[in-house]
Design a protein around this ligand. Structure first.
Ligand SMILES: Nc1nc2c(ncn2[C@@H]2O[C@H](COP(=O)(O)OP(=O)(O)OP(=O)(O)O)[C@@H](O)[C@H]2O)c(=O)[nH]1
Ligand SMILES: [Mg+2]
Length: 219
């Protein structure tokens, strides 16, 4: 009983901090994305490909969330964009308060697109709003088509699904139509892109859509 109460309090506190983050994003006129997936689905590779494609048109900054190490931040820093690493020290998701601290180290008025890479985990990050405009869930085809059914909260709370590693289709027992069907069963409004982040397949379509969101004022 007390556990439930504590959990509710934690979530309420997180929601109010997320609302404050959202106000900061609105004041700076930036679009913030919360990128979630299981470990290794390709979040950082997607970030690298997105930055490579858009950095000459948009001012991009990155917040990296990891349980341990700043390896992903090092990868992203190579592209010359501001990046802040949050190490959760075992925590399985980012929280709005941690993101707020990271934001203090970024000149938000000089940013159009803020990419927040969450800790690799299909469960915990689903419940923690960071103040983002939307959650983008990355699912690689090697994980199995049943993942939207088994981890529905993540897919229900996301606006975009990126089906990644499609270059491996010839070698893996996976069907994209099945992934799409299960994902839409959980969330009919999901916008779906198919990518191979390593070869940059599908990245242009994803980036064109992102750019159009920014020109439309995040509508
Ligand atoms: N074949 C193939 N491999 C990919 C693709 N995208 C990423 N990878 C590989 O998958 C592995 C994990 O990619 P990351 O981008 O580090 O995944 P991540 O989701 O950021 O991982 P965590 O941050 O640890 O959760 C790396 O070896 C990538 O090179 C893809 O589209 N196709
Ligand atoms: Mg990563």
């Amino acid at each position: 009983m007390s556990v439930v109460t504590i959990e509710r309090k934690v979530l309420e506190k997180n929601d109010s901090l997320a609302a404050a983050n959202r106000e900061r994003f609105a004041r700076s006129g930036l679009l913030a994305l919360n990128i979630v997936s299981s470990p290794g689905a390709g979040k950082t590779t997607l970030l690298e490909a997105t930055i490579e494609q858009l950095r000459h048109h948009l001012r991009i900054a990155v917040v990296e969330g990891d349980v341990q190490t700043d390896l992903d931040a090092q990868r992203v820093a190579r592209y010359g964009v501001p990046v802040v690493q949050i190490v959760t020290n075992g925590g399985c998701h980012l929280e709005a308060g941690l993101v707020a601290e990271a934001l203090d180290r970024i000149d938000l008025d000089a940013v159009d697109l803020l990419l927040i890479e969450n800790v690799g985990n299909l469960v915990c990050p689903a419940n923690f709003d960071l103040g983002e405009a939307m959650k983008v869930v990355v699912l690689s085809i090697t994980e199995g088509a049943d993942k939207p059914l088994k981890y529905p909260a993540m897919f229900r709370n996301a606006s975009v699904l990126i089906v990644n590693k499609v270059d491996l289709l010839p070698y893996v027992n996976a069907r994209i139509d099945e992934i799409e069907r299960y994902a839409r069963q959980i969330n009919p409004r999901l916008l779906i892109f198919k990518t191979a982040a390593t070869t940059r397949l599908g990245i242009e379509e994803w980036c064109d859509w992102l750019s159009s969101r920014l020109t439309a004022g995040h509508a």
